[in-house]
Design a protein around this ligand. Structure first.
Ligand SMILES: C[S@@+](CC[C@H](N)C(=O)[O-])C[C@H]1O[C@@H](n2cnc3c(N)ncnc32)[C@H](O)[C@@H]1O
Length: 169
């Protein structure tokens, strides 16, 4: 199993779920999530127009079917006009382990339902998952998110940390 298959298994999208992916890159996870959706949908954003174009090519069928919506956007200023989602996730999006992601966590709190879940997956070439996970958890806690689980998985490519958190009450 590769890291993206594992992550999608952890997120466990339900057929009616509405999800957000932050930093979708080539849109590989978008495809795997859409394969599990029925009446649900995914909004995927990336600040790179080149990446969104690549994700749109890969997911043309899902976009045409209305299951996937792809947008060039920076998380900190992204909103859905008050619409709220069941789950949000990000993989290898460095802002959650570096600097102060205050505006990113604030945006996510507006985008998720109160009972929604945030999944952050991150790995770094020369850093163990314990350290990466500790930084993810520290950032979430600093912004008053409720950390529900912290886990790690080892792949040939390295160790991946996973944080699951709920929005501030
Ligand atoms: C290292 S790539 C990871 C791509 C994919 N998620 C994966 O795991 O293979 C990080 C992606 O996140 C995007 N990104 C980074 N920070 C972002 C932000 N604050 N808002 C939106 N996209 C962001 C980058 O443009 C890039 O495409």
């Amino acid at each position: 199993m590769n890291r993206i298959d594992w992550a999608v298994g952890v997120i466990a999208p339900q057929p009616s779920d509405h999800l957000l992916e932050v930093g979708c890159g080539h849109g590989i996870a978008v495809t795997k999530v859409c394969d599990r959706l029925d009446e649900g949908g995914i909004v995927a954003i990336d600040r790179s127009a080149v990446m969104i174009a690549a994700a749109a090519r890969r997911n043309a069928e899902h976009v045409a079917a209305g299951r996937a919506t792809l947008r060039v956007a920076e998380l900190r200023s992204f909103d859905l006009g008050g619409r709220r989602l069941d789950k949000a996730f990000a993989m290898r999006v460095g802002v959650f382990t570096r600097g102060d992601p205050a505006r990113e966590f604030a945006a996510l709190a507006q985008l998720l339902k109160p009972e929604g879940r945030l999944f952050l997956f991150h790995d770094e070439p020369s850093t163990g998952a314990d350290d990466v996970g500790a930084r993810l958890a520290a950032a979430a806690l600093r912004h008053r998110w409720l950390v529900e689980a912290l886990s790690a998985q080892i792949f040939d490519s390295g160790e991946v940390a996973c944080l699951i958190a709920r929005p501030p009450a």
